[in-house]
Design a protein around this ligand. Structure first.
Ligand code: PRP
Length: 192
């Protein structure tokens, strides 16, 4: 398999699909009749955001932001960089941030403050994976997919040094690959 760097499948594809449908239904029920703007946080939320948007049966709009705090490092730098802002105003609208994972919480906290200042009618968060054990700052999570252990998870949008975002499941990266920490742009970890 091209994903031989994966030690264990943590959340299989079918389970992800099922949970995304449940989240989509809850959001549909909560925002019926409202002007909803879905805000996926790129790049990690690219896959989840695309699936979630299609699981919401409302005439929503989509406006992505791109943030980065990890770069190619395995730990958060603590400094969140806004690489791409919203295209349109969210003033008076119901804004819903869509994140692939909350870890330290630095990214979501920075975005929360940034968007709150734009005057939305409401601001909420929908997070696929919650790595609660590593939280450093408190941020509200209104819709949560799964709680995950403190392991290096990749797939379904999440990466390690830019790779594995296209895995259809959430997997735990093999420690060998993670500890070797090959420099950015190096070939993917091969274990066989
Ligand atoms: C990842 C992830 C979240 C953030 C969560 O982004 O997509 O945005 O880290 O971590 P935190 O709670 O510790 O801030 P990353 O900076 O790796 O960029 P990416 O989305 O392009 O992968």
């Amino acid at each position: 398999m091209w994903w031989d760097a994966i030690q264990q499948v943590l959340i299989p594809e079918a389970e992800l699909r099922q949970r995304v449908q449940i989240l989509g239904q809850a959001i549909t029920d909560d925002y019926r009749g409202e002007d909803l703007v879905l805000i996926p946080v790129l790049k990690g939320a690219l896959v989840f955001g695309a699936d979630l948007a299609r699981a919401i049966a409302l005439p929503l709009t989509l406006d992505a932001v791109c943030l980065s705090s990890y770069g190619h490092q395995p730990v958060s730098s603590g400094t969140v960089r806004l690489r791409k802002d919203l295209d349109d105003s969210i003033a008076g609208k119901h804004a819903l941030i869509v994140e692939d994972i909350i870890d330290t919480g630095f990214t979501l906290q920075a975005l929360w403050r940034h968007l709150q200042a734009r005057g939305p009618a409401t601001l909420r968060t929908c997070v696929l994976l919650d790595k609660r054990a590593r939280r450093r700052v408190d941020v509200p999570v209104h819709y949560r997919g799964f709680e995950v252990p403190d392991a290096f998870v990749v797939g379904y949008g999440l990466d390690y040094q830019g790779r594995y975002r296209n895995l259809p499941f959430i997997g735990i990266l093999h420690p060998e690959c993670f500890q070797e920490a090959p420099p950015a742009q190096s070939p993917p970890c091969r274990r066989s």
